[in-house]
Write a new protein. Structure first.
Length: 381
């Protein structure tokens, strides 16, 4: 049935109407459209329980397929970091995400996502060197796979670095690969898993018809009128480095319990939880814990993706806020479709020195009528 979830063979089945919306990228001739997942909790504010249930369904696809194999899961920044973490936690697998951030004192594998605005991606080679000594298979986790070229290029890189050591798979919420691309994966011994098959043939035409006449807000980095309450919570695990999926999930929940003690949520109040760029999973975990307390929660994250917005009802995003990054004050980021809540909670692992990023986010929130704002900084010490 349209717009409903069906359970077949023990797995929840999602429809295209539930998951898939198409938006226009801004000034990107490589691929003019962007698939916006309605339940992922990245661009569109979503119930965190719905997002984590979706990720859990992808994990269920993999649970029985790799019995007896030691797995390393790699989640792609930005949009698939939370998916990868959630799946790794459920599978009890090792986990690491790709990153566009720079960390000192490590060696990287570098690769590119050709269709992305921020094309450079990195994996910490030091950690891969350790992981390949114990794992049998690497599974790449994505929100969407279209050609599969990025993953294929990484696999070629890793096969050269670690010959005859590893098997490879790829799993995604959405799969838009045509038959020739899938055959190429099959011929290269790369197994594929997905929740929903999509066809991209009409996506370019669909976005060309949207006007891009939504509401655009410029960036404001002055000292805001509302000063948030800030809480530092220790025990952060950095998923840009190799971690254990279950231990990472447990650390997120410890952070969440301490944040709940500080926030003292009241059943029925409306709270928005915002993650920052690659740092999505801890925000979703806290948001879900709030939802379990009877709070009406929505969760999404800031993003590097510049997407056009439109007034049209059929279009997924209607209002855009330009921000500075909490990680790099020279980087432009965005947040979409804000509104007024009883409280807003920003969850981040960014340091406190980049004031412009936080100030720009606070200005965006205040402009929508939010005046009770909290910042949860998850720190290593």
């Amino acid at each position: 049935m349209k717009g409903t979830q069906e359970r077949q063979g023990g797995l929840v089945k999602y429809t295209e109407e539930e998951l898939v919306a198409v938006a226009r990228r801004e000034n990107n001739e490589k691929r003019k459209y962007l698939v916006v997942n309605r339940l992922q909790g990245k661009h569109v504010p979503v119930s965190p329980q719905k997002a984590l249930r979706l990720f859990g369904c992808l994990a269920d696809l993999l649970l029985c397929g790799y019995t007896g194999e030691k797995l390393l899961l790699i989640g792609f920044a930005e949009t698939a970091t939370a998916i990868g973490a959630a799946v790794a936690e459920k599978l009890g697998a090792l986990y690491i995400q790709t990153t566009r951030e720079q960390m000192e004192g490590v060696e990287y594998f570098y690769f590119s996502e050709q269709h992305s605005h921020a094309t450079e991606q990195k994996l910490v080679k030091d950690d891969l060197d350790l992981a390949v000594k114990t794992v049998d298979r690497i599974i790449f986790i994505e929100d969407e796979i279209t050609t599969g070229n990025t993953i294929k290029n990484i696999i070629e890189l890793l096969r050269k670095a670690y010959p005859d050591r590893l098997e490879f798979s790829a799993a995604s919420l959405l799969n838009g690969m045509t038959a020739p691309y899938q055959k190429e994966y099959e011929e290269n011994g790369i197994r594929l898993h997905w929740l929903l098959k999509t066809c991209h043939e009409t996506f370019g035409e669909r976005v060309a018809g949207f006007r891009g006449d939504g509401i655009y807000h410029g960036c404001e980095c002055s000292v805001p009128s509302v000063i948030p309450e800030e809480y530092r919570i220790s025990g952060c695990q950095n998923a840009r480095r190799l971690t254990d999926g279950k231990k990472y999930g447990s650390a997120c929940r410890r952070m969440g319990r301490e944040a709940l003690d500080r926030l003292s949520p009241v059943s029925g109040e409306r709270i928005l939880v915002i993650g920052t760029e690659e740092f999505m999973y801890p925000a979703l975990v806290l948001a879900c814990m709030l939802e379990e307390k009877g709070v009406q929660v929505r969760c999404h994250s800031t993003t590097r993706s510049p997407i056009l917005v439109s007034k049209e009802e059929a279009y997924p995003l209607h209002e855009r806020y330009e921000l500075r990054s909490l990680y790099d004050s020279h980087r432009t980021t965005f947040l979409y479709d804000l509104s007024a809540y009883d409280r807003v909670c920003i969850v981040t692992d960014a340091g406190e020195e980049k004031k412009e990023g936080l100030y720009s986010l606070l200005h965006a929130l205040v402009s929508c009528g939010n005046d009770r704002i909290y910042v949860i900084r998850w720190c290593q010490a």
